[in-house]
Design a protein around this ligand. Structure first.
Ligand code: PRP
Ligand code: ZN
Ligand code: MG
Length: 226
């Protein structure tokens, strides 16, 4: 059974690089969020909105399946899930309402610092660890390079030292993680920012009205931040 509710459901990352900024943006738009740290759902006290606090990787699917109406998510995660769903013949529909001014990062390939790296061809036959296998695979195909991809959900940056892979493909923001693990960035394969997405089939009048009221506020907050 699916829970039906008239309240607009917005998926946000529970904890991670986008959590604070997503919440701050909503607060700046006038939402009074009643947040209890351990709760999955946070009610908005002055509007018919609930926040669902979930893992970032789950957000695209929740919106594409129509379980949540809106979602704040990184384009990197969104693109990876879209590719996965296309390959699996699942629905991957959504609308981008806004590209946001936070969550900037790049998905890059990195190799051990001491490695003599000249071009992407140097990766031929190597093993690469990543949390983004489909984005990586697309990039390697476009460049005519064959690699073995090892799927890791976390601790990707230690894979080379642990002897699990020759290289990694992971998110880079400041570069501190690569540096700390003796790795250097050699190829940028995707540039990402946070986006606000909406489910394609949203039809509830009241909810659409609420979104119409919210969007100019979001644009306003972003302009004020410029
Ligand atoms: C990413 C990535 C690195 C870190 C890189 O993780 O996996 O761990 O950020 O950032 P830096 O270049 O500033 O050091 P993220 O925070 O997205 O968490 P997640 O991998 O658990 O989703
Ligand atoms: Zn994540
Ligand atoms: Mg990480």
């Amino acid at each position: 059974m699916t829970v039906t509710t008239n309240r607009l459901r917005i998926a946000i990352q529970k904890s991670g690089r986008l959590s604070q900024d997503s919440q701050a943006l909503l607060t700046s738009c006038g939402l009074k969020i009643n947040l209890r740290e351990q709760r999955l759902i946070a009610h908005v006290e002055n509007m018919d909105i609930d926040l669902l606090r979930v893992r970032d990787d789950d957000i695209p699917g929740l919106v594409m399946d129509g379980v949540c109406d809106l979602g704040f998510v990184g384009e990197n995660v969104l693109e990876e899930v879209s590719l996965q769903r296309q390959l699996d013949n699942e629905t991957y529909d959504y609308t981008v309402l806004a590209r946001l001014d936070f969550g900037g990062c790049r998905l890059s390939i990195a190799v051990p610092q001491e490695e003599d790296y000249k071009s992407v061809k140097d990766l031929e036959g190597r093993t690469i660890a990543t949390t983004y296998p489909r984005l990586l695979n697309r990039y390697l195909k476009q460049n005519g390079v064959n690699c073995r991809i090892v799927n890791l959900k976390g601790s990707v940056e230690v894979a080379p030292r642990a002897g699990l892979a020759d290289a990694i493909c992971d998110l880079v923001s400041t570069g501190a993680t690569l540096e700390a693990n003796g790795l250097k960035e050699v190829e940028v394969i995707y540039r990402s920012k946070a986006v606000l997405i909406q489910r394609r089939d949203l039809a509830d009048e009241k909810q659409l009205k609420l979104i119409k009221k919210l969007m100019p506020r979001i644009q306003g907050v972003m302009q004020a931040n410029e």
